[in-house]
Design a protein around this ligand. Sequence first.
Ligand code: HEM
Length: 243
Amino acid sequence: MSVASIVFGVLFCVATVVLLGGLALRIADYARTPAPLKIPTTPAPVTRGGVVLRMVREVVFFESLFKGSLWTWLFGWLFHASLALVLARHLRYFTEPVWGWVVLVQPLGILAGFGMVAGLAGLLVRRFAVERIRYISTPSDYLMLVLLLAIAVSGLAMKYLAPTDVVGVKKFFLGLMYFDWQPLPADGVLYLHLALVAALMIVFPFSKLLHAPGVFFSPSRNQVDNPREARHLAPWAAKLDRS
Ligand code: HEM
């Protein structure tokens, strides 16, 4: 077993624990955070079913971003939709036998690699080119875009410039999942792709990328607009109310 195989094996175990453990703690924190006020962004649905529908439109189509800024929506949606396809395509490295729908999505997943790059490039140019966005941009805003871009470009490089041993990659990751360690193919571009992915997994629970689980806990999106029909009481206020 090469040193690189051991280093990447340990790195991915650590990254997985940090990602899953960190996300679980964050989500528990979000779930416990009180929402003392009724503040759905109006016009808002007046029933629970309506709220679910609104949330689905928000998560799948980025509805409020569409209404807010067409260019940001275009690049943002292109990036996220492409990312979903790319991740679906990657499932082949972690499943045996590969599920039917993952086989079907393979060609789309490659196209999506380019979609990801185009979307991220657009979002990066926006941070530099739009004066008011440049003013509020922090190093982490740039860093996340550059990290994701580097992951996509190194992935595409393996597909088109320096093909890697994908069967070996799959053996390595299945081996990690089933505690039967296998060597990782020795390949510089693969090392780069994987190191960047591990970095992404480790920073995820501490970064702005938490907007992914966070959107579901946003009171302005997940509340029913019924302040006249039902009195809104946060749990701590309910306690005061009784005393
Ligand atoms: C442990 C996780 C990952 C492994 C083992 C992995 C491995 C690979 C491999 C072997 C390729 C080359 C595919 C080929 O030659 O057909 C590739 C391509 C690619 N990867 Fe990853 N990758 C991982 C995670 C990610 C993540 C999280 C992203 C995005 C954020 C990503 C984005 C891409 C893209 C855009 C391509 C090019 C398009 C494609 O072939 O699907 N990868 N990856």
